[in-house]
Design a binder for this molecule. Structure first.
Ligand code: AMP
Length: 120
């Protein structure tokens, strides 16, 4: 599969510093920031700094260092956000996944019961 990365997407602009964000954690390979339309008391997006469209693109093509850096950021967010009670991690991909922003991101949501996995 070809993954065609659009460097004008809003998260690419955040990574270039063209749009502000509410950063909660950053390392060499990943940035974590608060979702602008939070759907739970904790709603953080973790994104790689590299140009990956979706989870399957990142899993296939990102280096071991990039993948380790990304998951280190996930761990830091979970620890820092106080989601000892649990959380939900979601990554939407392409049309069927109803992905809005074409730069891979993991939603980390918690701070309340997240309810059934799918509403429909
Ligand atoms: P999706 O691509 O459907 O998985 O979701 C994209 C998410 O990005 C949505 O939850 C939006 O609220 C969020 N979002 C869009 N623009 C921004 C922004 N400038 N800062 C933070 N979150 C954003």
């Amino acid at each position: 599969m070809d993954f065609d990365y659009d460097d004008q997407n809003i998260f690419a602009k955040i990574l270039r510093g063209e749009i502000p964000n509410d950063t909660v954690f950053e390392n060499a390979h990943a940035l974590a920031f608060r979702d602008i339309r939070p759907q739970a008391p904790v709603h953080v997006l973790v994104i790689p700094k590299g140009p990956y469209v979706s989870l399957d693109h990142f899993a296939r093509d990102a280096s071991a260092e990039e993948q380790a850096g990304f998951f280190a950021a996930v761990a830091a967010v979970c620890e820092g956000e106080g989601v000892e009670g649990g959380f939900r991690a979601i990554s939407n991909a392409r049309a069927d996944g109803v992905q809005e922003v074409p730069h891979f991101h993991l939603h980390i949501m918690g701070g309340r019961s997240m309810g059934p996995m799918l509403a429909n």
